[in-house]
Structures are given as structure tokens and as C-alpha cells.
Design a protein around this ligand. Structure first.
Ligand code: FES
Length: 246
């Protein structure tokens, strides 16, 4: 994982977003002392020309709407990457280039932002995303076991799908994409329902033995996931007769 705290920049360091700026941070005399101190990046990708890319109109609209909310275009990087991830399932190189073209920044800049945050993915993920909180409140209440059960369920589904695929486990290219991606995660901010997990951005808890297998089975069959343990359906504290938590 990338470091949580960005490295301090040197005075002449143009930063990741400016890697395409020719000559920026380097000496005008090639090979001079300053050039040795601030070497040019290797083959930086330039800002893509939007006219040369097939940017989906929906994606461009979403990114431009985000850009309009900020005085600095780079402030829209996270919503732009989110839009890319929603459209393609993860931050594909093509999607990052398309977003970079709309924003008129380098793909390297957006790549550096995407690689910094856990919730952006630079590789394909399963159709369903499960994040199991393993932080202190959940850990004290058995999160490690819950995570283990989710991983077992995911492995079981993967092996079943692989067996049913022509070529079986022999050919990786033949394997279908994972149905479920499971990750341990730091506190998800719902400690009162520990141990808990996020399933496709919806919170569930407190989870117990067998719940992981049930959730995996429900996701596989397209059923409603654990309605009785969905945070959104719990009564709000102090408002037992006034609706549910949001
Ligand atoms: S410790 Fe698990 S949600 Fe906070």
C-alpha cells in the first residue's frame, strides 16, 4: 500500500501532476548541476487530447459537473476517479486517460491520486465488494473470524465458478471474474454494530457465525442481503417510533 503521508516535496519538485511540463524543475542546460539534482521523469504521459479519445458522454458530464464545484480543477480528482470506477468497475488505464483528458491533467496525476486511496482500485474487482472491519471494536467482537468466513465463502464461490468454466482451473484466461471481493478494513465508523461489514456500500451488523456464508449465498442468488442486520433499517437511537436510521 502506498504511504499514508505524502513525502515532502523538494522546492523545485513539480509534483506528480506536473510531470508532463517540459523542462519544469530541470536545468536549461542539459547535463548541468541543476539537471542532475532534478532529473526529468522518464517518458511522462502528456495531457491526453480529448478529441483523440472516445470519452463516454455520461462520464464526461459527471466529471464536468464535479469540476464546476471547485475553483481548482484538481479538487475534482476524487469524484472524477469515482465516476471512472463506477463506469468501468475499477480505475482502468483507459478510464483514467479519459478523465485526465476532460480535466486537462496528466494521467500520471490521477494515477497518483487513485493509488493513494484504498477505495480506488487499479485492478479488476469482483461484482460485489465486501469490506470487513477489523479495527478494535469489531476485532474484540470476533472480526477476524468474520473475515475468515467471508474469505472462505469467496474461495468456495470462485472454485465453483472455475469448475463450471470451459478449461477449468487450467487456463487463467478462461476464469470468470470473481463474484465477490473481500478485504479487511480499518474502522468503518459503525462501531455500535460491531462486528460489522460493508456489502456493496451498505452496512450490516452485528454479524455472527454463519452470516458471511449467508451473505455470500444471497449475493450469488440475487436475494436481499440480511435484511434483519441492515444498518439502514435499524431504528434511530432515541427515535424508536419515529422511523429508521438513514
Ligand atoms: S471498529 Fe469496526 S466499525 Fe469501528
Amino acid at each position: 500500500m502506498t504511504p499514508l503521508i505524502p513525502k515532502p516535496r523538494k522546492r523545485d519538485d513539480p509534483g506528480p501532476g506536473d510531470v508532463s511540463a517540459p523542462g519544469k524543475g530541470a536545468s536549461e542546460s542539459p547535463g548541468g548541476a541543476s539537471a542532475a539534482l532534478a532529473p526529468e521523469p522518464q517518458n511522462p504521459a502528456p495531457v491526453p487530447d480529448i478529441n483523440e479519445l472516445d470519452v463516454p458522454a455520461e462520464l464526461e458530464d459527471q466529471i464536468r459537473a464535479s469540476m464546476a464545484k471547485y475553483p481548482q480543477v484538481r479538487s475534482a480528482s476524487i469524484p472524477a476517479l469515482w465516476a471512472v470506477q463506477r463506469m468501468y468497475g475499477y480505475c482502468t488505464p483507459e478510464g483514467i486517460s479519459q478523465a485526465a483528458a476532460v480535466m486537462e491533467v496528466t494521467p500520471g496525476y490521477l494515477q497518483s491520486v487513485a493509488s493513494f486511496y484504498d477505495l480506488f482500485h487499479l485492478e479488476p474487482r469482483g461484482s460485489h465488494e465486501i469490506l470487513v472491519c477489523t479495527n478494535i471494536s469489531c476485532w474484540l467482537r470476533g472480526a477476524d473470524d468474520i473475515l475468515g468466513e467471508f474469505l472462505d465463502a469467496s474461495d468456495s464461490i470462485r472454485s465453483t465458478r472455475t469448475e463450471g468454466t470451459p478449461g477449468g482451473s487450467a487456463g487463467e484466461a478462461e476464469q470468470p471474474p470473481d463474484l465477490i471481493s473481500v478485504s479487511g478494513f480499518e474502522c468503518l465508523g459503525a462501531c455500535d454494530i460491531a462486528p460489522m461489514a460493508s456489502v456493496d456500500e451498505r452496512y450490516f451488523g452485528p454479524l455472527g457465525p454463519g452470516d458471511a456464508a449467508t451473505i455470500a449465498s444471497q449475493l450469488t442468488s440475487g436475494e436481499d442481503v440480511l435484511p434483519a442486520k441492515r444498518l439502514a433499517d435499524r431504528k434511530a437511537a432515541g427515535a424508536a417510533d419515529q422511523g429508521t436510521a438513514s
